[in-house]
Write a protein that binds this ligand. Structure first.
Ligand code: J7C
Length: 435
């Protein structure tokens, strides 16, 4: 995307490479450039080791490669790349906001699955893993002679269940990272080489010898969509699924509920009111910024903390969902069932696996408070200021999960709400997940 430099001439000099990137901005003609604003902005630059010199003048056309933060963009001028303050450049009006494809991001993403840490976490999650085993067991007869694709197989557990519990003709176990080599060993170790074929590569790029009857994948991330692995599932669905074939999960739903969170609020905010008999409340704005800006996903909300009946705010049909739909909007209307303090929204997801047989029973994997905890836990969105609510009040609004245009596996969650439909008692907050 092309941008033009607006006002100031900037000369960016890195006077020493070090873990924390520092630079000295000397403003050009514009006397209004406040060094304090620059210093403040510099302090929030992403940590870097080396940034080459980058000088540019009013009217220059910069090529912006990425927007890592709202204040600093990664741009190029005449072949030289460096950080520039976003405040001095303007985007060409007719520019399309095309997502920036950045191969480095996927290297980082797949690199995180090369070690056992995340695989151990997923395999240790009994609710998650038993749900997939239950699906394969329930459909073992229908799977006989079928062609299966396990997308993002990791250690291959789902493919091994297919070979252990059913008699598919073949399972293509697709894994992008080097864990695939170990997965091959596990297939051999368990005597399933005749059935399971491990393919290392991205599902979007690999070549299968045939189309498939079943596309199964465990693609869910925090708040359902984080990681956006679901995009790969949709691409594979459109490329490899036979007509009338099955995708597991078949559908997914994001659930939201307004909650009271006395413990968390006391721990992070009320604490500053009188620690050791002193008044530390001037630190509360800092605490709000530090502890309540990003969602918290290690939270295990209890049913008793829910102020209203949870409701599905977003539903995804995996047979019809399109990639363009992945900027998902949900509306909600909660009727408060018990008076209390509205501190936060809690979100979790549920996925369903339809049976391959007409009369067969579906399987559900619920990550909410009424089910066994999972490694996804639940996602807590803290309001900046708690609101007292009474039984019978209504909390209505919208939630939007918007994919990050630069960091493509991340997203922002926008929440907008009002109490009893009033225009005064309105709240809105954006939560980055995670960049
Ligand atoms: N949130 C999750 N369930 N993540 C599971 C991720 C597993 O799928 C693998 N994976 C994710 N996307 C892909 C893809 N497009 N192609 C192949 N493997 C993938 C990833 O390397 C890891 O082993």
């Amino acid at each position: 995307m092309i941008h033009i430099v607006l006002r100031w001439d900037f000369h960016v000099v890195v006077f020493q490479p070090q873990p924390h990137f520092q630079s000295l901005f000397k403003s050009g003609q514009n006397p209004s450039s406040s060094s304090s604003r620059n210093d403040d902005a510099i302090s929030r630059l992403p940590a870097l080791f080396y940034v080459p010199q980058l000088s540019f003048s009013s009217g220059d056309m910069l090529l912006v490669h990425a927007k890592p933060t709202s204040e600093w963009w990664w741009a190029e001028l005449h072949g030289v790349i460096g950080y520039v303050p976003a405040s001095v450049i303007r985007q060409e009006p007719d520019e399309e906001e095309e997502p920036v494809e950045d191969p480095w991001q996927d290297e980082e993403y797949f690199g995180s699955y090369k070690t056992l840490k995340l695989h151990l976490e997923m395999l240790s999650d009994k609710s998650r893993t038993e749900a997939y085993r239950h699906v394969i067991f329930n459909n073992s007869a229908a799977l006989r002679g079928k062609v299966v694709m396990d997308l993002g197989c990791g250690t291959g557990i789902i493919s091994l269940f297919c070979a252990q519990l059913a008699q598919p003709s073949v399972v293509y176990a697709v894994e992008a990272c080097s864990m695939a080599a170990y997965t091959r060993q596990l297939v051999k170790q368990n005597g399933f080489e005749e059935v399971v074929t491990v393919l290392q590569g991205r599902a979007e790029e690999i070549q299968l010898p045939e189309k498939v009857d079943v596309l199964v994948s465990e693609w869910m991330g925090s708040c359902l969509l984080f990681e956006f692995m679901v995009e790969s599932v949709l691409l594979a669905r459109d490329r490899w699924l036979k007509e009338g074939a099955v995708t597991w999960p078949s559908s997914a739903a994001l659930t939201l509920v307004p909650c009271q969170a006395d413990g968390y609020y006391a721990e992070k905010m009320a604490f500053w009111e009188h620690p050791y008999g002193l008044d530390f409340t001037p630190l509360q704005p800092l605490a709000r910024q530090e502890f309540f800006t990003k969602p918290r996903f290690s939270h295990l909300v209890e049913p008793a903390e829910c102020l209203a009946a949870p409701c599905h705010v977003i539903r995804l049909d995996m047979y019809t969902l399109q990639i363009r739909d992945l900027e998902v909007l949900g509306r909600f209307l909660f009727c408060v069932e018990r008076s209390g303090i509205f501190h936060e929204f809690t979100a979790w997801f549920t996925v369903h696996f339809n049976s391959m047989e007409a009369e067969g029973s579906a399987v559900e994997l619920d990550t909410g408070p009424s089910a066994e905890p999972t490694h996804w836990k639940r996602t807590l969105f803290m309001l900046d200021r708690p609101v007292s609510v009474c039984a019978g009040d209504s909390i209505s609004g919208t939630i939007v999960l918007r994919r990050n245009p630069v960091w493509r596996r991340h997203m922002n969650v926008f929440l907008h709400w009002s109490i009893n439909g009033s225009t005064e008692d309105v709240g809105t907050k954006t939560f980055p997940m995670w960049r």
